[in-house]
Design a protein around this ligand. Structure first.
Ligand SMILES: CC(C)(COP(=O)(O)OP(=O)(O)OC[C@H]1O[C@@H](n2cnc3c(N)ncnc32)[C@H](O)[C@@H]1OP(=O)(O)O)[C@@H](O)C(=O)NCCC(=O)NCCS
Length: 319
């Protein structure tokens, strides 16, 4: 790198097609350097109402050399950042962190998590320097398609139907998922309502003899479709409905690529808590494989409130 280059950091809610291509190319370079699968966001779900930037771009001239995403709502966000391998150890990561922290806190945000893969020696060292503490861990799993047999998909013997949720389904679906995840119904209802207003999100409900017993959300990302909030009401668990719902979710996710040419080979992923053995077993039995493990880290309240004292000294604009 040319160390004298001026770095400009700008915060944005969404990415142009060129910016998205540059962010994906930067991710490829960072993934390749340490054999990672970085968990980044690529813009706000609802740009019009976002209170802090969803992405921060660090440019040296025209070149994108660093990137940080803030993915969340008004109170909580997940942050993940990357710096091109040629530009590391020049405080760019710290400046991106500081710009993201200041934007989030300035917008009244409360809890900030950093996501870092276990395989990222650089990311873990960086978070150690920030004295971040690991709060939880999730496996990312990718579907290999192996166990999606015709029987799993075609068995019509019970009145088990998976279909796009309609507005009147949100309340019973939120109630079923609240029981499955031990979350509040209000929070799940808010999540479902916000997802239903987002072009890249689709909410599905599973019905048994007409009653909603579970559901999930499909989230279309540039390089894959994710299955999220996948849950079956505890009263209906261990009866095979989760396995069937997963088979449907995979088939739907595979068809969910934005670009028609990608359909049928769309990558299907999900994330599961590392201590959730029953769900992990179901996913494995249905053809999913663990490809990486993410740690979720928290920062001290003091660091979150006051930030890093950076002596940038090179004319950086920390918009
Ligand atoms: C993590 C990452 C963004 C850091 O970017 P960076 O611009 O190189 O980081 P900085 O120069 O601001 O580093 C600040 C400090 O973090 C620590 N650090 C960063 N990378 C390190 C490494 N590879 N080994 C040891 N310490 C490291 C050091 O204390 C460093 O200060 P120093 O260089 O004066 O010793 C970058 O390495 C990266 O893109 N890694 C892959 C993506 C990733 O894992 N992201 C998750 C981040 S939460």
């Amino acid at each position: 790198m040319a160390t004298g280059d001026t770095i400009i950091i700008s915060g944005q809610n969404s990415l142009s097609a060129d910016e998205l291509a540059a962010a994906l190319a930067l991710k490829d370079a960072c993934d390749a350097a340490e054999r990672l699968d970085l968990k980044l966001g690529y813009g706000a779900a609802e740009p019009a109402t976002a209170t802090y930037p969803a992405v921060l771009l660090a440019r040296a001239g025209q070149r994108l050399v660093g990137y940080c995403s803030l993915d969340g709502d008004a109170t909580t966000a997940e942050m993940c950042g990357m710096v091109h391998p040629d530009w590391r150890r020049h405080r760019l990561g710290m400046r991106l962190f500081e710009a993201a922290r200041a934007s989030f806190k300035g917008a009244g945000g409360g809890q900030l998590f950093a996501v870092c893969e276990d395989g990222s020696a650089s990311g873990r060292a960086f978070l150690r320097m920030l004295a971040a503490q690991r709060a939880s861990s999730e496996h990312r799993m990718v579907w290999r398609g192996a166990s999606l047999t015709p029987t799993a998909l075609d068995d019509q013997s019970r009145a088990f139907i998976v279909a796009r949720a309609r507005p009147e389904d949100y309340q019973p679906l939120a109630a079923a998922l609240a029981r499955a995840f031990d979350h509040t119904e209000e929070r799940l209802l808010a999540d479902l309502t916000s997802a239903s207003a987002t072009a890249t999100e689709q909410v599905y409900a599973a019905r048994l003899d007409g009653a909603i017993i579970g559901g999930f959300r499909l989230s279309r990302m540039p390089d894959s479709t994710g299955i999220y909030a996948f849950g079956i009401d505890p009263a209906q668990q261990r009866k095979g409905w989760g396995r069937r719902m997963l088979a449907r979710a995979c088939a739907l996710a595979q068809q969910n690529a934005e670009n028609p040419e990608q359909r049928s080979n769309q990558r299907v992923t999900l994330e599961v808590d590392t201590d959730n053995a029953p769900a992990t077993a179901l996913y494995r039995a249905s053809g999913f494989e663990i490809i990486t493990t993410y740690g979720y880290y928290v920062f001290s309240p003091t660091l979150l409130a006051t930030g890093l004292n950076l002596d940038v000294g090179d004319g950086a604009d920390k918009g």
